[in-house]
Design a protein around this ligand. Sequence first.
Ligand code: ADP
Length: 264
Amino acid sequence: LKERIRPEGYPSELASLAGTFNEMLDRLQESFERISRFSADIAHDLRTPVNNIRGEAEVALARARTSGEYRDVIESCLEEAVRLSDLIGDLLFLARAESPLSYLRRERVDVGELLDQVREYYEASAVDGEVSLTAAVASEPVVAELDRTLLQRAVGNLVANALAHTPPGGTVVLSANADVSTVHIEVSDTGIGIPAEALPRVFDRFFRVDSARSHGSGGTGLGLAIVKSIAQLHGGNVEIVSPPGHGTQVTLQMPVLPARQPTM
Ligand code: ADP
């Protein structure tokens, strides 16, 4: 949307068409900004009441007197409140990532070590789902200047997806390697895969192939949108392939060093 048509040098009808087109672009840009601000504001305003519901449900459950039917009702309220607060957190994250003020806290990250931490975090749910989860060790340490928290979130989302779509007996492998300029981080699984027609849309917000396909309560459809925005914040990208019958492989590509700022 940043590309505007420069009307100079065109005959007058074309110049006026270009003018109208530019006006349309401005309006569209404004609408996008308004929608983004609106979703940030609404998510922010919803956060407090949802957290209150969550807190009250937790207190009610902790009471010894709460029993039987009441306990079931309160437990499902709590479950829904947790889902809502996750959704609100994801929306706020995306809205903030879009803001021109968003910035990264870059530091030297040993990517192999980080992958191992993520593996450890998801170990219990892999065991639950009878899936083997491993982090392949690279022969050389893979080190890059990245935002550690955001990278953990991106890789975590990918591992959660892989585990949710891989039946018992399958495997999920995390690996990383780097060349001079780019670090490649891959999460691959032997799961049910993604239909070819759905692949181009999986990074869209709220897009879900079919909620019945994953085990567990399922996500919000924002997981891969967040992965993509984290890759792009770093000046990188993310690719996904899912050849029929061969599971899914997602690769994050990030520059090893931040792009140099233009000098003023
Ligand atoms: P969700 O919150 O539903 O996981 P995502 O944005 O993370 O949303 O993923 C979008 C959709 O892509 C999911 O609903 C799922 O159907 C599909 N998907 C993502 N990762 C995988 C995978 N590793 N294997 C199969 N399907 C996947």
